[in-house]
Design a protein around this ligand. Structure first.
Ligand SMILES: Cc1cc2nc3c(=O)[nH]c(=O)nc-3n(C[C@H](O)[C@H](O)[C@H](O)COP(=O)(O)O)c2cc1C
Length: 239
């Protein structure tokens, strides 16, 4: 039992404690479409809209903050090059200026992940897999001795103590458990495995399927998906 009532606590100490325990989110979007539909007539990105709901839920219920955002569609990342790969496999003490420059982007992207408690990724299915924009990010952050290690014949993830939320959108339906399209889903199992591989075991995903169906069907699917997200975020275990 507390010796002193909380209301007597020094407000400065409370605010320091609050800052110290703030949950930070790194948000990464991959759809080529922009966010919620605008007056300009662009079609909304369903995966981004679901991620907005996760973000709002984590902020509203847990005081989390988005500390970094990466839009892989508007700011695409370059594919890794020969020098990038050589830099990945060169020990720090043997790096020259050229290799340091070739791996500087990877360094920044990994630092963004290391600084975040939560990764919030939104992605559509393109041709049964993640979009090339997201694959370019994956190729930059999968890095030996930085995000994973290989010792004594074993791989191990190095980004421990984090969790991930991923929102997915699929144009067709039937990708869920036991569905007729499940075996064609090279997106969700792949991305979950990538996150697990680098040490992020706690991965929660939300999906909307059949986004190319008629408007009423899509609206109902989005309402149901967002309700599920809100229920999840309201739970104390969401962060
Ligand atoms: C280039 C491209 C490829 C696509 N490939 C698939 C596919 O393989 N399977 C599928 O179910 N939907 C596919 N779709 C449909 C998208 O997954 C669907 O429109 C989704 O809602 C897009 O996500 P967004 O709304 O966040 O942009 C594809 C769409 C595009 C533009």
């Amino acid at each position: 039992m507390a010796m002193f009532p909380i209301r007597n606590a020094d407000p400065m100490i409370c605010s320091i404690e609050k800052e110290t325990i703030m949950t930070t989110i790194l948000r990464i979007d991959a759809s080529a479409r922009p966010g919620p539909a605008q007056a300009t007539g662009e079609q909304a990105s369903f995966s981004r809209t679901l991620a907005d709901a996760v973000q709002q839920g984590l902020i509203a219920h847990h005081g989390a903050q988005v500390t970094f955002k990466r839009d892989l569609a508007t700011d695409p990342l370059p594919a890794i090059a020969d020098a990038t790969i050589r830099g990945f496999y060169t020990p720090a003490e043997a790096m020259d200026d050229g290799l340091r420059a070739a791996t500087a982007l990877s360094d920044s992207l990994i630092a963004e992940m290391e600084a975040a408690d939560i990764l919030l990724i939104s992605t559509p299915m393109y041709n049964f897999a993640v979009p090339a924009a997201l694959k370019a990010w994956i190729d930059q952050i999968m890095r030996i001795n930085r995000t994973f290690a290989y010792e004594s014949g074993q791989f191990s993830g190095l980004l421990k103590g984090k969790r991930a939320y991923v929102t997915y959108s699929y144009g067709a339906g039937g990708y869920g458990d036991g569905g007729p399209m499940q075996s064609f889903d090279f997106m969700r199992p792949y991305l979950t495995m990538i996150l697990n591989f680098i040490g992020i075991e706690n991965v929660t995903s939300f999906a909307v399927e059949a986004t190319t169906a008629d408007a009423d069907t899509v609206d109902a699917a989005m309402v149901a998906a967002i309700a599920g997200i809100e229920r999840h975020c309201a739970d104390a275990g969401a962060v």
